[in-house]
Design a protein. Structure first.
Length: 395
């Protein structure tokens, strides 16, 4: 089982699938390699991915202009991806960022407003009593304000987004190999990628888009300066009789000077079990997963009960009227880079890396994937319009 292509993308997640679509649409020969989601996480011995979920916040408004532009360019292409694939993944319910009001020592909302204004996004600042009146589901601390992006924001289904990107890539001629990569052999004029089931794919260049699993010594010739953090996510079931009350609720990001008071929250979203859940994330402390085996163990672990209990408290404070029919929690990971933006660069003459979502990449994954595609296609990256070069840092 062997074949040759122009490019191999390792990692069938949000960034990798996006890169494959862009390369295939440009006419390149592409193999996208990565396994499907396992049915039973606890007994699965292979790799995982952080897109195994039905809801991630999408919005342009951000305190950082680079992330705002990555998001804007991705969101603008959502209709194109949906049309090419026939898969709907975007739900434009809007997004609210709530934080201490401008004028104090914590300038988060001021930075959001500056980034908003650079891109010309309509997202007004809402103060005090107006915040409580406009968003009756939520309760915020005294002195909070909010920036509300009503249009072009909401949430995406990351499982569906990956499926959409993969279908669109296949329609443009990409080869999808649903298997785990166990070897990458870098030669003078080509790279050979091997899978766990014996498939060998030869390519002129390889793009490793494996998320936190980019720590694997089997994938890259040099270890990245990448901090992979364990995350716990709490799901609170909204009973069928209560769903109508939450119609119109936007996605919410609550930001405070203290990590333990910051969180993100999704409105009720339908999952495969037929139930609707409000999802909240916001670990009070960080736990670093220092190796690829540690990441596998974390996904199989069932996550952190103490962190889940902390989120129950945040949820009760933020939506005091919610009486969950049930709750459960799940593990996830986020990969953080040294400079806070994705790593997009070559680690050898023929192997490049595309990783480091920094907890913000789901909404922006199409643009990040496009930049990865440009990198391997052109042999260099000119990051037009960005205040960073996305350079790779090593340990």
């Amino acid at each position: 089982m062997s074949e040759s292509v122009d490019f191999v993308i390792i990692g069938k997640g949000m960034m990798g699938a996006a890169a494959a679509r862009h390369l295939a649409r440009a006419g390149a020969g592409v193999a996208l390699i990565g396994p499907d989601e396992p049915e039973d996480w606890a007994s699965h011995g292979g790799v995982f991915a952080s897109h195994y979920d039905n809801a991630r916040i999408t919005r342009t408004i951000d305190d950082d202009p680079v992330w705002a532009r990555l998001a804007r360019r991705s969101i603008d292409r959502y209709p194109e991806i949906a049309q090419e694939s026939g898969v709907d993944f975007y739900f434009p319910v809007g997004c609210l960022i709530a934080a201490p009001a401008p004028g104090g020592a914590f300038d988060y909302l001021e930075n959001v407003e500056r980034a908003r204004d650079r891109l010309g996004v309509e997202a007004p600042l809402i103060l005090g009593d107006d915040l409580a009146r406009r968003f009756p589901w939520f309760r915020f601390p005294q002195g909070y304000a909010g920036v509300h992006e009503a249009n072009g924001a909401g949430y995406i289904n990351p499982r569906s987004l990956v499926r959409a990107q993969t279908i669109a890539a296949e329609k443009s001629g990409a080869r999808v190999i649903r298997s785990e990569v166990i070897s990458v052999e870098d030669g003078p004029d080509h790279v050979v990628v091997g899978t766990i089931d014996g498939h060998l794919v030869r390519a002129g260049r390889v793009l490793v888009a494996a998320g936190g699993f980019s720590l694997s010594q089997a994938l890259l010739p040099r270890p990245l300066d990448l901090a992979v953090k364990a995350r716990t996510v709490l799901f609170a079931e909204v009973g069928a009789d209560d769903l109508s009350f939450y119609e119109g609720m936007p996605s919410l990001i609550g930001v405070a000077p203290e990590q333990e008071r910051s969180y993100y929250l999704l409105p009720p979203v339908a999952y495969a079990d037929g139930k609707h859940y409000v999802k909240i994330g916001g670990d009070p402390t960080d736990r670093i997963l220092a190796s690829e085996p540690a990441i596998r163990d974390w996904f199989r672990s069932g996550a952190n009960a103490d962190a889940a209990e902390h989120m129950r408290g945040l949820l009760a404070e933020t939506i005091p009227g919610l009486r969950p029919a049930s709750t459960h929690y799940s593990p996830c990971v986020t990969a953080f880079t040294r400079h806070g933006y994705p790593y997009i660069g070559f680690v050898s003459d023929r192997i490049a890396v595309l990783t480091g979502g920094n907890g913000q990449a789901a909404k922006s994954s199409d643009e990040i994937g496009r930049l990865g595609a440009v990198l391997v296609a052109d042999g260099r990256l000119e990051a037009d319009g960005y205040e960073t070069d996305f350079a790779v840092a090593y340990r």
